[in-house]
Write a protein that binds this ligand. Structure first.
Ligand code: PGA
Ligand code: ZN
Length: 430
């Protein structure tokens, strides 16, 4: 890298995400002429302790969802503070953002402002040293292509009228390469569409590109996935497994978890029993947020009872935040951490949480948000971490496919050095 490449301009803008809501885009110009941009995603089923996404609240614009305040913070506050800093000094840049903000939750500047700047700096620095982002963040060791978790049925608040569970995913862990894994997943996605059409279900898609059929039960969704895998010519559990995201905080009503389709209200213990039963009947490899985001004891029990046989992933529980992960490790909650950069607000903090998780024997699932953009940074992040798992939605809708396409390009660029995580991503050391 030109060691002298320093930040010359920082430009924040309001653009749109995949739901048509405003979001933050940041462009950074370095003094060697390098230019790069980053765009920030946005969640809907957010964890209680996520870093704060700053919205204007001005109901005359975008129903209060404008981000002009965050953009102003970038242009008038953050930018001037960063001018002249070396672009590859990511740690210092992020430390400066944290200090300027001065809150635990990034509520003053907005995590959408800080992440946009942090990520754009990383991109600009990568550009200045003529490295792809995954190599810039992960060094020479970065070469593991993640196993994709393809969300093919959307429910919960991402697919109104669909299943209660938020995400039903295909995990092509038996493929030899990422490119083949994607093909297995896409063919099964199309087989699922055929099955839905044959049975006269709707094939409209939800926020993450998964279908949103009106099914008689959540188990029926699991049956459909197994049938789709078989219809496409693959072996359930061997070639393609299944992952779930309950997003259970959204199921919590009056002290119990409500599964509308089953007509049941379950306690935490009963949810654990349901996971065990489904694990016995279906080729489940990962279960995310099966309990609500403050039930540490429940997660510890779930992990104790099922963690040897299936990945127990924590998303809203950890919110990609190191301090929550420390608590989780101490209490033995989950064995996988979902990593979403905008839950914590800077690249450095994201990498720190993921690296701490991996060092503690947890797996990491790098993930998109339900409101996405054409930004593909999470694809590079997953390779940089060699963590072996990415969830980026269905193989449909441009903002989802962009991540998978980026991984195809990375795999091709690595040539013989590329390794596909496949089943190894789910083998736990403890
Ligand atoms: P969100 O959903 O982006 O709406 O939070 C994704 C998830 O829960 O994993
Ligand atoms: Zn989740």
């Amino acid at each position: 890298m030109a060691a002298s490449a320093s930040i010359a301009r920082v430009i924040g803008e309001e653009v749109l995400d995949s739901r048509g809501n405003p979001t933050v885009q940041v462009s950074i110009v370095l003094d060697d002429g390098s230019v790069a941009s980053a765009t920030v995603p946005s969640g809907a089923s957010t964890g209680e302790s996520e870093a704060v996404e700053l919205r204007d609240g001005d109901l005359r614009r975008y129903r209060g969802k404008g981000v002009l305040t965050a953009v102003r913070h970038i242009n008038e506050w953050i930018g001037p503070a960063l001018i002249g800093l070396l672009a590859d000094d990511q740690w210092r840049i992020d430390a400066m953002l944290i200090e300027l903000d001065g809150t635990d939750s990034k509520s003053r500047l907005g995590a959408n402002a800080t992440l946009g700047v942090s990520l754009a700096c990383a991109r600009a620095a990568a550009q200045a040293c003529h490295l792809p982002l995954f190599r810039y963040l992960g060094g020479d060791e970065a070469r593991v292509l993640p196993t994709p978790m393809l969300n093919v049925l959307d429910g919960g608040i991402h697919g109104n009228g669909g299943p209660d569970l938020q995400e039903f995913m295909l995990v092509p862990l038996g493929a030899p390469t990422f490119r083949e894994a994607l093909r297995y997943g896409v063919e099964s996605y199309h087989a699922l569409r055929d099955l839905l059409l044959e049975r006269r279900y709707a094939t409209n898609v939800g926020d993450e590109g998964g279908f949103v059929p009106v099914l008689p039960s959540n188990a029926a969704a699991l049956d459909l996935l197994v049938q789709a895998i078989e219809r496409a010519g693959y072996r359930p559990g061997e070639d393609i497994s299944i992952a779930l995201d309950f997003a259970a905080t959204g199921l919590w009503h009056d002290g119990r978890y409500r599964l509308e389709l089953e007509g049941q209200s379950l306690s935490a213990q009963e949810m654990t029993a349901l996971c065990r039963a489904w694990r016995g009947r279906y080729p489940l490899v990962s279960i995310e947020d099966a309990l609500m985001d403050n039930d540490w004891e429940g997660f510890a029990r779930l992990t104790r009872e099922l963690g040897e046989r299936v990945q127990i992933a924590g998303d809203d529980l950890f919110v990609s935040n190191r301090s929550f992960l420390v608590k989780g490790i101490a209490q033995r909650c989950c064995n996988c951490v979902v990593i979403k950069p905008n839950q914590v607000g800077t690249v450095t903090e994201t990498l720190n949480t993921a690296r701490m998780a991996l060092a503690a024997g947890y797996s990491c699932m790098v993930a998109h948000r339900s409101g996405e953009t054409e930004d593909t940074s999470i694809a590079d992040l997953a390779v940089a971490l060699n963590c072996g798992q990415i969830k980026a939605g269905a193989p449909a809708r441009g903002e989802r496919v962009a991540k998978y396409n980026r991984l195809l390009t990375i795999e091709a660029s690595l040539g013989a050095a590329a390794a596909y995580a496949g089943r190894n991503a789910f083998q736990r050391p403890r």
